[in-house]
Design a protein around this ligand. Structure first.
Ligand code: PMP
Length: 388
């Protein structure tokens, strides 16, 4: 921390995690200083060692998500690109898709685009207002031409955890592909792609995995033949006119983010060492403390699962009649607390929660959050609530 950041209480981990562990920062620096060549684009020794960094990131991710072959992971620059690759690479004119009522715009907008341009049909399955999904609702929404089911593993507004494994059993039985948006769950909830029946897993490197911004990825099941949406140089089979078939090159045209991936590998190793279970338990306990403290204020409405239920570290709330943006502004300016207000790129989930007209304030805890951070937010919310 320095003079610029020492007074920030950072409760915006759902947007991106901060601060990154020191080993992540050091790995980025090391890669820039010692391995600055372009990986997979030459046979000189620095290019080879840069290629090793990229492979180490893939290997660490494969270990975390129990992916048998690291080459089934396509590295991307964020979750949004991974989701676009999965959705646009999989759907054909007339296909039917089932998604949930808590999807992020990174899912909804590609779907709405395909609806308009190639006549894809979309059913959004309702959750309850706390973001809890009954998997039988997904089953009831399936049609003979359903090609894909998309599930947000944890709502970025409500923190609810959706029943991915149950849905995976259902989709596997019917030969329907399952795409999971793990933007809020990667590194926080256990993910085992085979055991959970996941065909496509889109994840960020910069949130729960503690890597730098500009990192993320998409796991593509070996039997899923996804059409690439980006074509170009891969450093392999350069004489071929068309995109190569070989993975991961097929899905990774252009120079990758080697320093970012060095940091991501360090972030994933940090998580593997800490264990996902320990991270989840910590975030769950902090979220409970925050929910209880905010709920006790009286004129504060807390969204998401009820106390005691499973959830990730996202706690969204509204103070009386206060505009959420104003609340976030006051928290930043007067209390040094960083949260996010508005619609969080998920108007669908706000519709579900009954906050479509107002939006909400979203606090999200992470690996660096302490009980004192949470208590500071509760105390500030209490003071602000007196005015609304
Ligand atoms: N899906 C969900 C559920 C998210 O919370 C986010 C990030 N706000 C995204 C997708 C997009 O992630 P990224 O910023 O890595 O593209």
């Amino acid at each position: 921390m320095d003079a610029k950041t020492e007074r920030i209480i950072y409760l915006d981990h759902a947007a991106t995690s901060w601060p990154k562990p020191p080993e992540v920062i050091e790995a980025v620096r090391e890669a820039m200083v010692h391995d600055g060549a372009n990986p997979g684009r030459g046979s000189h020794r620095m290019a080879v060692s840069a290629g090793r960094i990229v492979f180490e990131a893939r290997k660490a991710l494969a270990e975390l998500f129990r992916i048998a072959n690291p080459n089934d992971i396509a590295l991307t620059f964020n979750t949004t690109i991974a989701l676009n690759m999965a959705i646009k690479g999989c759907l054909k004119p007339g296909d039917h898709v089932v998604a949930t009522a808590v999807e992020h715009n990174a899912v909804r907008r590609p779907l709405e685009h395909l609806k308009r341009t190639i006549g894809v049909k979309v059913t959004y399955v309702e959750t309850d207002e706390r973001g809890r999904l009954d998997p039988t609702r997904v089953r009831e929404a399936l049609l003979p031409d359903t090609k894909l089911v998309i599930v947000n593993h944890s709502s970025n507004l409500l923190g609810s955890i959706l029943p991915v494994a149950e849905i995976g059993t259902m989709t596997r039985k019917r030969g329907i592909r399952l795409l999971v948006d793990a933007a809020q769950s990667a590194g926080i909830l256990p993910i085992d792609v085979e055991a959970m029946g996941i065909d496509l897993l889109a994840f960020p490197g910069h949130k729960g995995l503690l890597g730098p911004q500009g990192t993320g990825g998409l796991y593509i099941h070996p039997e899923v033949n996804l059409e690439p949406i980006l074509h170009g140089g891969t450093g392999s089979q350069s004489e071929a006119a068309e995109q190569p078939d070989v993975r991961p090159d097929r899905y990774e045209s252009g120079t990758v983010n080697t320093p970012g991936l060095a940091g991501l590998a360090a972030g994933v190793r940090y998580i593997l060492h800490e264990t996902v279970e320990k991270i989840y338990n910590k975030e769950w306990s902090l979220a409970q403390r925050l929910m209880e403290g905010l709920s006790a204020i009286g004129n504060v409405r807390v969204l998401g699962p009820e106390p005691g239920e499973p959830r990730t570290g996202i706690v969204s709330f509204i103070i009386g009649s206060a505009d959420p943006s104003e609340t976030a502004f006051i928290l930043d300016r007067h209390y040094g607390i960083a949260v996010r207000a508005g619609f969080h790129c998920t108007p669908l989930a706000h519709g579900t929660a009954g906050t479509a007209a107002t939006g909400a304030v979203r606090a999200s805890v992470g690996h660096s959050t302490t009980e004192a951070d949470v208590d500071a937010l509760i105390a500030a919310a209490k003071e602000i609530s007196r005015y609304y």
